[in-house]
Each structure stands twice: as structure tokens, then as C-alpha cells.
Design a protein around this ligand. Structure first.
Ligand SMILES: Nc1nc2c(ncn2[C@@H]2O[C@H](COP(=O)(O)OP(=O)(O)OP(=O)(O)O)[C@@H](O)[C@H]2O)c(=O)[nH]1
Ligand SMILES: [Mg+2]
Ligand SMILES: [Zn+2]
Length: 340
């Protein structure tokens, strides 16, 4: 409970800082326009399409694209961000002066463990997996925990349903997907080769801002290409020898959908490591655990072999799957390992 209160307070503080920054930037923008740079046009609203580091690409309200530099002291902008910007000159260029507050933000730690934002103002996360490169339910669970933690609706896409698999492998996939469906997560089998499942995919994308995440090489960009055949999207070839993806997509990008809504393609990861979260917070991210949390005999129960563990009882009675509890334990262990 204390944790929740803190989060809300933090959110409020972040909001306040952003509002102040926005006001300050507006004031500064007016000064600049009147005093110094008369080429600087009036302030406008924009939507970030891609971030190239020193500059960003944004769309104005008519969907016209501008390349913009960034005013100093702006935080990292990501696809989906709403900003205030000013055009400069006649070449569809400009300067971003402020970031509007985000209603959701998906972030992940980089190689150095620093949290980097990935996409903003998204409604749903499409966790893409495939038989090749082999998926891991641990990685899917990490995305689900991240989504739940950020209050973003997750769905699972099992791509490459056209691949011929051994019967055992096929059964494992079916069992894994059914486990997620029992938890209430929508799981869609799809193939960009046969178009299997694409109608269902297009239906869930309508009027929502969705981000595609998942391992490199599972076919995120290929799915985006299928949904938007008119766009040119770079798709990678799997390295035949290793079966691993190659990190074809190097930066996230926002694509408006003609049917309403948008999709953000993101670069794949080999591993998605969560930022540091306490075991209790991780447990909250496993939605089926929620009704049992706080009901163990010991307040500091680690849900391992303590007597009177509500989670273990739920596994015994079949309402929590042993796979998900084991996945939770591996996630806690990985966090402890990283903290050392
Ligand atoms: N058999 C099969 N191959 C697919 C399917 N979808 C994509 N692929 C192939 O998988 C490889 C990787 O596809 P991408 O779309 O680049 O994968 P990605 O997830 O965007 O990868 P990153 O950008 O590196 O994260 C390419 O060779 C695609 O042709 C599919 O449904 N079936
Ligand atoms: Mg890609
Ligand atoms: Zn317990």
C-alpha cells in the first residue's frame, strides 16, 4: 500500500515538473520569437515519429513531417510523445521546446542497466514471439510484468505459424498459449507468409496505439509491413546458421494506421531485463497472483516452501500454474543476481 501511494506521489511530482517546464519553455519560446530569431514560427503541437539522437522526426497536426532539433534540457523523446515545437525557415525544420505529459511510458534498461524510454502514450503492448528464434515464456512473462506495472494492456502474438514443427514443439506452443489465454490475455497465432491471423491482428490494432516488442528476428517489422503494405519497412533475414535474429530495426518508429490508431515498431532484444523491482512488485505483475497476495501465513513469505503459503495452495488447487510461479522465482533470482 505504501508503495502505491509513493508511486502516485511520484507521478504527481513528475507531472508538476513537466508542467513547469512546459510553462517555462513557452515563455522562453515567446522571448526567442520576439527578440532574437524571427525565423522561428509560432508554437505548434507535434507527435514524435522517431528519435535520431541529435534530432527527431515529428508530424504536425496535418500529418506533415518535420525534422527538428531539440531545445536543451529536454528529456529523451520517444515515438508517441506529444510535444510543443516551433518551425524554423521554409525547409520543414524546427525546434522542439517542450514535452507534454505522458499518460503511459514503456521503458527498458540498456546494457549499462540504465532505464531508457522506448515508447510513450501507448494503449497496448504486442508481445511478439515465434518458434524461430525460439521463444522463452520467461521473456514473455517479463514483458507482461512490465506491461502490467505500467498499466498498459498486453497481448501475445505467436508469429511464423507457417513453420513446419515437430508435433512435440507444436503441442508446447499450444499449451503455452492456452495458459496465457486462461489468464485473460489474448493470444493470436499469425504468419506474415500465409496471412494467417492477420485479420485478427488488424482488428485489435484499430483505434489503439500499440507497440510491437519481442526478441530480434521474430517478425515484428514483417508484421508492421503486412499491416501497412504501402510503407517501406526494413525486414531482416534470419542468420541461417544460428537461427538468431540480427537486430534489423535499429530505432523505434511510429506509424499512423489508416483505420485509426498507430503502431510502433521497436528494435528487438536478446533479453529484456526489468529495472529493479521488489519481489512484491514483481508478484503484482503476475495478475493471477493478485487475489492471493497478502494472504500467506507469514507477512514476508517468499512463496518458496514456507507453510501456509497462499500461492502454493493456489498451485495445489490448480488456480495458479506451477510454470508461472517458477517463472516468478526465476525473475526474483535474476533481480537478486543483478543487485549483487
Ligand atoms: N517463416 C516465417 N518467417 C517470417 C515470418 N515473419 C517474418 N519472418 C522472417 O523472419 C525474419 C526476421 O523478420 P523481421 O521482421 O526483420 O524481425 P524483427 O522482429 O523486426 O527483428 P528486429 O528488427 O531485429 O528486432 C525475416 O527473415 C522474415 O522474413 C513468418 O510469418 N513466417
Ligand atoms: Mg524489426
Ligand atoms: Zn507465500
Amino acid at each position: 500500500m505504501a508503495k502505491r501511494k509513493l508511486t502516485r506521489q511520484q507521478a504527481w511530482r513528475v507531472e508538476k515538473i513537466q508542467q513547469e517546464r512546459l510553462t517555462r519553455a513557452r515563455r522562453k519560446g515567446v522571448d526567442m520569437a520576439t527578440l532574437a530569431d524571427e525565423r522561428l514560427g509560432p508554437e505548434r503541437r507535434g507527435l514524435i515519429i522517431a528519435n535520431f539522437g541529435a534530432s527527431v522526426e515529428l508530424d504536425d497536426s496535418e500529418g506533415i513531417s518535420y525534422r527538428c532539433r531539440l531545445r536543451q534540457n529536454l528529456e529523451t523523446l520517444v515515438p508517441g510523445d506529444r510535444v510543443i515545437w516551433q518551425p524554423v525557415g521554409e525547409q520543414r525544420e524546427g525546434v522542439v521546446v517542450a514535452l507534454e505529459s505522458r499518460h503511459t511510458l514503456l521503458a527498458r534498461p540498456d546494457a549499462r542497466g540504465e532505464l531508457r524510454p522506448l515508447a510513450a502514450n501507448i494503449d497496448q503492448i504486442l508481445v511478439v514471439a515465434a518458434p524461430r528464434p525460439a521463444y522463452s515464456t520467461d521473456l514473455i512473462d517479463q514483458y507482461l510484468v512490465a506491461a502490467e506495472h505500467n498499466g498498459i494492456h498486453p497481448l501475445i502474438i505467436m508469429n511464423k505459424s507457417d513453420l513446419a514443427l515437430a508435433p512435440g514443439e507444436q503441442q508446447t506452443i499450444t499449451r503455452d498459449l492456452e495458459r496465457y489465454e486462461r489468464l485473460g490475455y489474448q493470444a493470436i497465432r499469425a504468419s506474415t507468409r500465409t496471412a494467417h491471423g492477420l485479420d485478427r491482428l488488424i482488428a485489435v490494432l484499430r483505434d489503439k496505439v500499440s507497440v510491437f516488442v519481442g526478441q530480434s528476428g521474430v517478425g515484428k517489422s514483417s508484421l508492421v509491413q503486412r499491416v501497412l503494405p504501402d510503407k517501406e519497412i526494413r525486414v531482416g533475414a534470419l542468420m541461417e546458421s544460428s537461427g538468431l535474429g540480427r537486430h534489423t530495426t535499429s530505432a523505434s518508429r511510429y506509424y499512423q494506421l489508416p483505420t485509426g490508431g498507430a503502431i510502433i515498431d521497436s528494435p528487438g532484444v536478446r533479453e529484456f531485463s526489468l529495472w529493479h523491482m521488489e519481489p512484491q512488485a514483481l508478484a503484482q505483475g503476475f495478475i493471477e497472483f493478485r487475489p492471493y497476495l497478502g494472504h500467506c501465513r507469514f507477512r514476508d513469505c517468499r512463496h518458496r516452501d514456507e507453510p501456509g503459503c497462499a500461492l502454493h495452495d493456489a498451485v495445489e488447487s490448480g488456480t495458479i500454474s506451477p510454470q508461472r510461479l517458477a517463472s516468478y522465482h526465476r525473475m526474483v533470482a535474476a533481480q537478486e543476481q543483478a543487485a549483487r
